[in-house]
Design a protein around this ligand. Structure first.
Ligand code: HEC
Length: 267
């Protein structure tokens, strides 16, 4: 048992170390590319679609999302994302932006949350919610992360998120921490921020949701987490489930005090 764990650690370390020189020049190239298109993050297209969705009557109830309460009062979008996830008294749950938007789409517009959960990323109802996410997070850009941890449920979600972050499983016995709890770690070309404390947590949390150049799509945090379950070789989690929200609570609270760069621009 101990031996296999040591072997895995050695393997992971070897993967990180190899290709460092190549990775450095490629990272420089990515940085340059980022600079080039910084003036025009393609997320703007999603943001525009999201703003339209937010304001237009839609769903079976033919209602807009204008009365949606993201935590700062009905209809307040500015700064809302900087304080999510948080506890909502009407649902009795801690919610991240996406699970909260599902609540609003269901209660205000009559859209089935199950339909949203079941849709594929980038398609159908998920595409709508992703656009609204782009719209909302843009209105917290450059603001400090200020996620509350005063309500008992918020404290509980942070603790569950921490446990989930360190939970080892899957064929490689990885946890999130295997890849994201050390400074200066890297896989292939990607820097892996230390999400357990700042500044890494602020970088990792604060630059998502993001437009991903590699596949030409806007990715929300739920999708980012989903893909890291794949990195961890675990089955995909349920969209908007408490487990995913808890992981976000853990990362976001660790990022408190950092600055949001949303929407980010990623490889
Ligand atoms: C086997 C390694 C591995 C594991 C395990 C892993 N990740 Fe990741 N993670 C990555 C890689 C690689 C990236 C960068 C992906 C890219 O840019 O294409 C990443 C990126 C991220 C980011 C965005 C960071 C940034 O600066 O852009 C977050 C947040 C994240 N992971 C969270 C998690 C969580 C939560 C878990 C556990 C459920 C997890 N990861 C498990 C490899 C891993």
């Amino acid at each position: 048992m101990k031996k296999t764990r040591m072997l895995k650690t050695a393997l992971v370390t070897a993967c990180f170390a190899s290709g460092l020189a190549f990775a450095q020049s490629a990272t420089d190239a990515i940085a340059k590319y980022r600079e080039m298109i910084a003036e025009g993050n393609p997320s703007e297209l999603y943001e525009a679609a999201g703003e339209e969705y937010w304001n237009a009557p839609g769903g079976p109830k033919k209602a807009s999302l204008q009365a949606c309460d993201l935590g700062l009062g009905p209809g307040v979008v500015k700064g809302a994302y900087a304080q999510l996830p948080r506890y909502f008294a009407d649902t009795g749950r801690v919610q991240d932006l996406e699970s909260r938007l599902m609540t609003c789409m269901e209660t205000l517009q009559g859209i089935s949350a199950k339909g949203i959960v079941d849709a594929a990323f980038g398609k159908g109802l998920k595409k709508d919610i992703e656009a609204v996410v782009a719209y909302v997070v843009t209105h917290s850009k450059d603001m400090p992360v200020k996620v509350p941890m005063s309500h008992a449920k918020e404290k509980e979600m942070y603790a569950i998120g921490k446990q989930a972050f360190y939970f080892q499983g899957g064929p490689m016995d990885f946890s999130c921490a295997s890849c994201h709890a050390a400074d200066q770690q890297r896989i292939r070309l990607q820097d892996l921020p230390n999400l357990t404390k700042n500044p890494g947590a602020a970088v990792g949390w604060g630059s998502w949701p993001a437009y991903r150049v590699s596949n030409g799509e806007f990715w929300t945090m739920q999708r980012r987490i989903n893909d890291c379950f794949r990195q961890q070789r675990l089955p995909f989690p349920i969209y908007g489930s408490d487990l995913t929200v808890a992981l976000s609570s853990y990362m976001a609270i660790n990022a408190n005090g950092g600055v949001l760069m949303t929407p980010g621009l990623k490889r």
